[in-house]
Design a protein. Structure first.
Length: 107
């Protein structure tokens, strides 16, 4: 008699779990958008981005640097106080190779 109650409880628990899994699947499946729509990539957008790139390139080409600045006393008195970064050893050539002197015994 107890076997029948256990069986019904098992079916109810399995049914609830399956139902929750289906609800979660359809909920998350519906919220995902294709990659192109997410990034807003389309033909009109590509044209607008291209125009902006060319406009910025035109602005950069229009810049003129006064070469007299590099001959001025203020520039010539600047000193370089940068610190070099020493090269350090990278490590083992094969990080997955066994360590020397270490043996692993199989059971």
């Amino acid at each position: 008699m107890n076997n029948g109650k256990t069986s019904i409880k098992s079916y109810i628990i399995i049914g609830v779990v399956v139902l929750l899994a289906l609800v979660a699947y359809f909920y998350y499946k519906g919220t995902q958008a294709p990659a192109q729509e997410t990034l807003g990539i389309d033909a009109a957008n590509n044209d607008m981005v291209g125009e902006r790139v060319f406009a910025l390139l035109g602005q950069m080409n229009a810049l003129r640097i006064d070469k007299e600045f590099f001959m001025g006393q203020a520039y010539l008195t600047l000193r370089d106080y940068s610190v070099g970064i020493p090269t350090l050893p990278v490590g083992r050539t094969n990080p997955f190779a066994p360590l020397p002197g270490l043996t692993i015994k199989a059971k």
